[in-house]
Design a protein. Sequence first.
Length: 278
Amino acid sequence: MSPIAGIGLRAPHLAEIARERPATAFLEIHAENYLSPTQAAETIERLRADYVFSMHAVGLSLGSAAGIDDAHLDRVAGLVKRLQPAYVSDHLSWSVAGGRYFNDLLPLPYTEEALDVVVRNVQRLQDRLGRQVSIENPSCYLGFTHSTMSEPEFLSEVARRSGCGLLLDVNNIHVTAHNLRLDARDWLTLSPDAVTQYHLAGHAANDADGEPILIDDHGSRVGDAVWTLFEEVVRRFGARPTLIEWDTDIPALSVLLDEAQRADRALSAAGDHAARAA
């Protein structure tokens, strides 16, 4: 099985990757880091000749009732046109209100009204880019009492109505399920045809009045419980392009590459299990 796990390309590793060209299935960038003409953006364009790229946006605010900001969408579309990434994604969240941008991916209530907003924005994004995008499930720390759907139900409807793909962040599933006292296996009810990518990352555990809460900080190796859940996810949905994310306390590049190799082994083992069961 050819490697299909990649790593997030972060600024501390940019020069080393440009110099050494280490082997990895793909590199993922955050779109908003490369919208302006900088030396880093020029390096990314040179790397495009040697690597498959994934573009992960964090600022389109697909859950905003006011819709996607025209100027921001145009800049992201321009970057997509220049880099021609293999995968484009953003989050099931919102981060803009009244023209003010928040430095957080904020949660949505899972209601029909919110569903209409997200579907409308996702369709507009896909129409502007001329391609399918994938939507990532969030990490949650609270639930809305007036939600009428579970997160898996909401994600399923977004994919069905908009035609988008689903980027399953397995760490986010684990974090959300723990914090909201849900069953992570509920996410296994999603349609395999809708699942296009996986993300893996580390998380931290904080104490909140004697109750542990998990924080999706992307600051450590993938935890054992997440690896176990990942194996179950892959057995259910099959092998998909898989990313190792690391955004805080960024380690040596070799650590990210090692985590990607572990992901590839897990993908291969799950595929072997499925073949034996067939």
